[in-house]
Design a protein around this ligand. Structure first.
Ligand SMILES: [Zn+2]
Length: 222
């Protein structure tokens, strides 16, 4: 597990994703001024498995829940409250992805599809990818009904019949397993062990019932 630290601007960063040519971070309530909006490409998030390729344009580039890019000078970002923000980089070819994975995106294997999209669009190599799963609701606080839980039976075979009832679901671990199955080495997958519901430094949709969201983003610098 790579070291996690918080900057003075209120952004969590992962040591394993720090290169001089790359900027990345997971936002908190306090980090509304990062990254610069004029350089940030986002999507209108719809809990889908749709992935958009970002070009040189900032702003909203369409509907979907993940973005991939190899354009220097542009950040790709997602907005989350309890959903899992996931950032990916291939440091050799300099390609990045940002993913918004709630239970629907996770059930649809969105993070693994983004790994594949990086390979197809840019020639990324899954064995080289470095991944960070950011602050999102933890298994401690994420209770779901059987209609949601049952969709994760294959991913969590050890839980057996538990997932046929109301139970707690670990979306960080679910995404970790899918990303590992897509070919990313375990040692390259880093999880920020912070729960948005437990800590009020984050927006939490479930706790606050408001529209506050954090931005998490990754960008290749010019
Ligand atoms: Zn919690």
């Amino acid at each position: 597990m790579s070291a996690v630290h918080k900057t003075s601007a209120g952004i969590y960063r992962i040591e394993a994703l720090e290169w001089p040519w790359l900027d990345h971070g997971f936002g908190t309530r306090a980090s509304n001024f990062w990254p610069p909006p004029s350089k940030l490409a986002m999507v209108k998030q719809v809990h889908s498995d749709r992935i958009l390729g970002a070009g040189a344009s900032a702003g909203y580039i369409g509907e979907g829940d993940a973005l991939v890019s190899n354009t220097a000078g542009i950040y790709v970002g997602v907005r989350t409250a309890d959903c899992q923000p996931i950032l990916i980089v291939d440091p050799d070819i300099r390609a990045v992805a940002a993913i918004h994975a709630g239970w629907r995106g996770t059930a649809a294997c969105l993070a693994a599809k983004a790994v594949d999209r990086l390979r197809r669009d840019f020639g990324a190599e899954p064995a080289r990818l470095v991944v960070a799963i950011g602050p999102g609701i933890g298994v401690c606080c994420y209770e779901v009904g059987p209609e949601v839980a049952i969709q994760f039976k294959e991913l969590f075979p050890e839980r057996g019949g538990e997932l046929e009832h109301k139970t707690h679901l670990d979306l960080k671990e679910a995404n970790r397993r899918q990303i590992a199955a897509a070919g990313v080495p375990d040692c390259n997958i880093h999880i920020v062990p912070l729960c948005t519901f437990c800590s009020d430094e984050f927006h939490s949709y479930r706790r606050d019932k408001d529209k506050g969201r954090m931005i998490s983003a990754i960008g290749i610098l010019e």
